[in-house]
Write a protein that binds this ligand. Structure first.
Ligand code: P70
Length: 461
């Protein structure tokens, strides 16, 4: 990267623009009230800068758009499928590829293949949908991330790492026969896109071999993970992202992929495996759940855009810009003293609401109070990932269970916003931080039985 004088500058120019509606503060106050103070309920058109998710929100390149015109919409054997299969094999080295329309069907199939009631699945931190698929197979998801991974105040270059001692202890205690698989989410989404080191991935392979367990990657943000390895881990500075990614995958037996992230597409995913017998079983499930194995829930043109996007995400200049923009946003807030989860991850900035709004107790939804304020202030949409999303009441004891983190996530879509947009967000967050004592807590007025943050209604206290 030394050859580029401004490594974080955009390696593209903009050819098509999407106008954004500007609303007034009065309008936004009405909109958030009508949305019951839940940013999921706001219409996208009423949002100025949408940081709800980096999933499926990327801008495609001219090469991807051109690829759409080459879509072969045959039911069986379309050429775009072969292009995608060859691309995934080339990047991951896995033998068998199954296309899916997004990440969760791949998770559904993988968990159906490897888990039985009473089994456990061990990981650094399972993403919500993976966790739910593990649970619906009657198995137990177990998060074994290193302690630093949940501490918002300490620095660690690879906060996504799994605790190898805890992993081995768990396997010995529960016996390997009761473990379905080990899975590392790279980067680790639930603590803000924190990377997993190559050393850690290699160590998991050794444990997996020692106890005869399969080991998979949740590869949604694998290219961003490869970039952090290049930047932070000894011995990788001179390797290409593709070489690093290939090495990451070489230690695993397969992966699930939500291509809506590092696939740079608006919809798409896949499951990749090395085990032939499991692949045959997976194909049967794929046909049942998604469609014929050469399209798996996607149009031919979508398969083409994905094959092209997967390669683009491994371009170092793109990635330096990408991660650079996320850090550009977070660093402005850090400089102003805002409690930002550190180090900043690959796809989002997390604000620690326990330190940002210490006067609002967790059961008064500080994250949602902040998100409502942020929307009214600048039309920016963020989401709360804390008590509303993950808190629950224990069915047996009636005890209220608080999640370890109470954070607001600002996820940055890929290639969509400029740094002027990032400045608006940073200034708005800093504004609110300066008058944080004026924010009040919220209470629930409607609580859905499952995944309550998506549809909950709130009102200010
Ligand atoms: C996000 C989205 C999806 C995801 C993931 C990892 C590491 C699998 C999946 C599932 C989901 C989301 C969350 C809140 C609001 C909107 C969207 N992550 N593994 O934003 O993939 O969605 O394709 O089925 O991060 O982090 P898929």
């Amino acid at each position: 990267m030394a050859t580029y004088p401004f490594p974080e500058a955009e390696p593209f120019r903009i050819k098509v623009v999407e106008p954004l509606k500007m609303t007034t503060r009065e309008e936004r106050e009405r909109i958030i009230r009508e949305a019951h103070y839940n940013t999921f309920n706001i219409r996208s058109e009423d949002v100025y800068i949408d940081l709800l998710t980096d999933s499926g929100t990327a801008a495609m390149s001219q090469d991807q758009w051109a690829g759409l015109m080459l879509g072969d919409e045959a039911y069986a054997g379309c050429r775009n499928w072969f292009h995608l299969e060859e691309t995934v094999r080339d990047i991951t080295g896995f033998k068998y590829v199954l296309p899916t329309h997004q990440g969760r069907p791949a998770e559904n199939i993988l968990t159906a293949l490897y888990l039985r009631p009473g089994f456990a699945a061990l990981g650094n931190m399972f993403f919500d949908t993976t966790r739910a698929h593990v649970e619906t197979k009657g198995a137990l998801p177990r998060d074994l991330i290193i302690d630093e991974g949940l501490d918002t105040t300490v620095y660690h270059p690879f906060k996504g790492n799994i605790d190898i001692d805890k992993l081995e202890e768990y396997i010995k205690r529960e016996t390997p026969e009761k473990i379905g698989f080990i899975m590392l989410t790279v980067t680790c989404n639930n603590n803000g896109g924190q990377p997993v080191s190559m050393e850690n991935i290699r160590a998991v392979r050794e444990v997996a071999d020692k106890y005869g367990l399969p080991f998979f990657l949740d590869a949604a943000r694998y290219a961003e993970n490869a970039f952090f390895i290049k930047m932070r881990e000894e011995g990788y500075a001179d390797k290409s992202l593709k070489e690093i990614a290939r090495e990451m995958f070489s230690y695993a037996d397969g992966c699930t992929m939500s291509a809506k992230k590092d696939g740079l597409v608006n919809m798409g995913g896949f499951l990749a495996l090395n085990d032939e017998a499991k692949f045959r079983e997976a194909q049967q499930l794929l046909i049942l759940l998604e469609g014929f194995p050469t399209y798996g829930g996607l149009a031919g043109r979508d398969l083409e855009a994905l094959a092209r996007g997967l390669r683009e995400a491994l371009d170092e200049r793109y990635m330096a810009y990408r991660v650079g923009q996320v850090h550009y946003l977070g660093n402005q807030m850090l400089k102003a003293g805002v409690p930002v989860f550190q180090p900043i991850g690959g796809h989002c900035v997390l604000l620690d609401m326990k330190r940002f709004l210490p006067h609002i107790p967790q059961d008064q939804f500080p994250s949602e109070a902040f998100c409502a304020e942020l929307y009214v202030d600048s039309g920016t949409r963020a989401i709360g990932l804390g008590f509303l999303a993950f808190g629950r009441v224990d069915r047996e004891s009636g005890e209220v269970i608080y999640p370890p983190l109470e954070v607001v996530r600002m996820a940055v879509p890929r290639r969509v916003y400029t740094n002027n947009h990032m400045d608006v967000v940073a200034r708005s967050v800093i504004n609110i931080y300066e008058r944080r004592e004026t924010l009040r807590g919220m209470r629930l007025t409607y609580e859905p039985p499952m995944l309550r943050h998506f549809r909950a209604h709130l009102e200010p206290l």
